[in-house]
Design a binder for this molecule. Structure first.
Ligand SMILES: *Cc1c(COP(=O)(O)O)cnc(C)c1O
Length: 403
């Protein structure tokens, strides 16, 4: 069965001079997103020698997307980020080629997109820039941790073309307007509802509950190639796909990725979700046993905040007792001979997560042996303190250091 079960040939790294990695951070673009499932790998290779009419290939994608999401239609683009830009473009231009070619100039068009403040997050790039790339304007409403209905009513005016709703662990977790409420108000005001559900496992709920367009990533939980999946109302999907004569041209996706994404969607239907969940649970138990054998280190299994069927191990470190901080342990793990990349976006709060969603064969054991070594070494000699402000800026530094 196409599961995440995967034998890794470690010599790949050595041959190419690349740093080997074990990923327990989730699906992160900066380290290659996910382990591609075999069906998608095969599909990509199998289509590569052929010419094919892209409209036919995208029609097939549309049928499969429709089957899995319940939406009328769909298309594949370069990424979910591109999907946001193209969806906003679609609601502004419709199927008018003149308007499509004119973007990002939106003069004379409705061009305001309402988004609650707490949803303006960063997934490697920013939601707000993905909207602005189309030429549209972001109109945020509410405060980051408190949103009330009147604020959305007040934000919507005659220039409002869409409402964007972001579903993610990156958005503020409390005080937010629910999807149902957001949808109801947008519908009442005649505003199209676009949902960024890039890393959600549930392919149906948003379409079912009134979204006009929903966007998913192919390269996250689906284990497909890097691509974006856009599903929704036929007229809007067609307008979104038509952006390929305009701003969508620089977000081009090739036949290999379209066919690979189709294969990933088809595999999702028959994936043995229970077996994968069990494998993940076993990994969490293995790591939990190691972590909790150290004084001052706590391990809790935490369910995903957006209700994906995924749990992670939260490792909290009490520096008073353990003498080394969570940040220093996370960094020590990333400096192991085979670096272990943990989920550290809340590290200043004294914890990190181990995410089991992307484990190749043997990875769970590598995580536990390295975790044990790092914690034992820290016990012998406390790890040096981490400059958290420097750490916070490290993604930028990574680019500046690149040659
Ligand atoms: C990952 C993610 C994106 C970006 O997805 P890509 O397909 O990598 O462009 C956008 N929004 C959210 C909420 C995400 O989690």
């Amino acid at each position: 069965m196409s599961s995440n079960s995967n034998n890794i040939d470690w010599s790949f790294y050595k041959k190419n001079g690349f740093t080997p990695l074990v990923n327990v951070s989730g699906t992160m673009t900066s380290i290659g997103a996910s382990i591609m499932i075999k069906d998608a790998q095969k599909a990509m290779g199998s289509i590569s020698p052929y010419f094919i009419k892209m409209h036919e290939l995208q029609s097939k994608a549309s049928m499969v997307i429709s089957e899995l999401t319940g939406a009328e239609s769909g298309f594949i683009t370069a990424s979910a980020g591109a999907g946001i830009t193209l969806s906003i473009a679609a609601v502004m231009t419709g199927k008018n080629p003149g308007l499509i070619e004119r973007l990002p100039n939106t003069s004379g068009l409705k061009n305001e997109v309402v988004v609650q403040s707490g949803h303006l997050c960063n997934y490697g790039g920013t939601v707000d820039q993905a909207v602005r790339l189309s030429g549209a304007k972001v109109v945020s409403f509410g405060q980051s941790t408190q949103v009330q209905d009147h604020q959305l009513y007040d934000a919507i005016n005659e220039n409002t073309v869409a409402g964007l709703f972001v579903v993610s662990h990156h958005v503020v977790e409390y005080g937010q307007m629910s999807f149902d409420c957001f949808c109801k108000i947008c519908q009442e005001k005649g505003v199209a509802v676009i949902v960024d559900a890039a890393s959600e496992y549930d392919l149906r709920t948003f379409i079912n509950n009134g979204a006009d367009i929903v966007i998913y990533s192919s390269h996250k939980f689906l284990g497909g190639p890097t691509a974006g999946i856009v599903a929704g109302r036929s007229d809007l999907i067609q307008a979104g796909y038509m952006q390929n004569i305009g701003i969508g041209r620089v977000m081009k996706v090739g036949k290999e990725s379209i066919y690979g994404a189709i294969a990933a969607l088809q595999a999702w239907k028959v994936r043995d979700h229970t077996a994968i969940r069990n494998k993940e649970t076993n990994a969490l138990k293995l790591w939990e046993r190691i972590a909790t054998s150290f004084d001052g280190v706590q391990a809790d299994v935490v369910d995903d905040s957006t209700h994906n069927p995924l749990s992670r191990l939260k490792i909290s470190i009490n520096k008073e007792i353990f003498k080394s901080s969570a940040a220093s342990v996370a960094i020590a793990l990333s400096l192991c001979k085979i670096p272990i990349i943990v989920r550290d976006h809340e590290i200043e709060l004294g914890y990190f997560y181990l995410d089991p969603c992307n484990l190749a064969d043997g990875h769970a054991e590598l995580v536990s042996s390295n975790l044990k070594n790092v914690l034992q070494n820290a016990l012998k000699k406390p790890l040096s303190e981490v400059n958290l402000d420097k750490h916070r800026n490290s993604s930028i530094q990574g680019y500046l250091d690149w040659k």
